[in-house]
Design a protein around this ligand. Structure first.
Ligand SMILES: Nc1ncnc2c1ncn2[C@@H]1O[C@H](COP(=O)(O)OP(=O)(O)OP(=O)(O)O)[C@@H](O)[C@H]1O
Length: 296
């Protein structure tokens, strides 16, 4: 180690590797998640995203899983595997669990629990989610807040929260997915987002203006997710193009209260959209608020 005048000095403390470096060393390593590609049966396609096509499949004869197959044109193997590394670390009942990784050759497969009702936005818009009561809708919001409070505590920022990235299983159970942009706050690439398609209407102003991510930026996105829930999957800022909606937000405009959203909940949503990120509530508060609201 060099002291400021350039002379050598003795090392006094252990150099702690940032989590992303530890992951890089760990990536692709054989562990309990390593799964042989030949043990997977693909059944049918259930969706596709920027980085992967997703299929319903089986491991062996019985376990149903979602098989996420790397799109090699849009994502490198190491970047694709980063999402799996995040899933190994984050374990919560409302976060999609990792079931396996097939990384012996490209394209890599990431296996997760299969969520039979697909993405929340479509479930609310076109599926049986159309008939949910106000109480059930708040219950869905509370499950998401629970998972986000856990991420906040673990110091992870999702950076791409939206109803499109929340999956629905049976009995209206929801799990957060779409961790392709998630970062630990101590990651040296924390604010890096080059080459990613961004969902402007979900993003906090400080992210759009200064690339400044934090749990409080996720809180802004969560406010938008609650609006998606109460409007049964409608696109936020209905009919207004992304760029114009952001200009309106900068002038102080906020999405109005949806008809079936209680005023007390709408007030909290508006707090999630405070321009000053420090004035927004924590996920810990939002989680307690939504659970208490439903129980009262
Ligand atoms: N575990 C799952 N169970 C059921 N369907 C899933 C599952 N995972 C993904 N899907 C479906 O596949 C679609 C694409 O998945 P995902 O969003 O994870 O892809 P991606 O390319 O990594 O992400 P993105 O483009 O959102 O950044 C989802 O919107 C959903 O419809």
């Amino acid at each position: 180690m060099e002291i400021p005048d350039g002379l050598c000095t003795k090392l006094t403390a252990i150099c702690i590797k940032p989590r992303s470096l530890l992951w890089a060393l760990d990536r692709g390593k054989d562990d309990e998640y390593a799964t042989e590609r030949d043990s997977i049966t693909i059944i049918n396609k259930v969706g596709s995203g920027q980085f992967a096509d997703v299929y319903l499949g089986k491991i062996g004869q019985s376990v149903s899983v979602a098989v996420k197959i790397q799109n090699r044109d849009n994502v490198t193997t190491s970047a694709f595997l980063d999402e799996a590394q995040i899933l190994k670390t984050l374990q919560h009942p409302n976060i999609i669990p990792l079931k396996g990784i097939c990384s012996e050759r490209e394209p890599v497969y990431i296996l997760t629990e299969y969520m039979c009702n697909g993405r929340l936005s479509l479930f609310l818009r076109e599926g049986s989610g159309r008939d949910l009561t106000q109480h059930q809708l708040i219950r869905i919001g509370a499950q998401i807040a629970d998972a986000m409070a856990y991420m906040e505590k673990e110091k992870f920022v999702h950076r791409n929260l939206g109803a499109r990235n929340i999956l629905v299983g049976d009995q209206n159970r929801v799990k957060i997915s779409g961790f392709g942009m998630t970062k630990a706050t101590n990651d040296p690439d924390f604010n890096y987002r080059k080459g990613l398609k961004m969902a402007i209407k979900w993003m906090a102003p400080e992210v759009l203006l200064y690339n400044k991510y934090s749990s409080k930026a996720d809180v802004w996105s969560f406010g938008i997710v609650l609006i998606e829930i109460f409007t049964k999957g409608k696109e936020p800022y209905d009919g207004i193009p992304s760029k114009e909606s952001f200009e309106k937000v900068q002038r102080g405009y906020r999405i109005p209260r949806p008809d079936n959203c209680p005023t007390e909940v709408y007030d909290v949503i508006c707090n999630c959209w405070q321009t000053n990120s420090h004035s927004r509530p924590t996920f810990d508060y939002l989680n307690t608020f939504l659970h208490d609201y439903n129980d009262s």
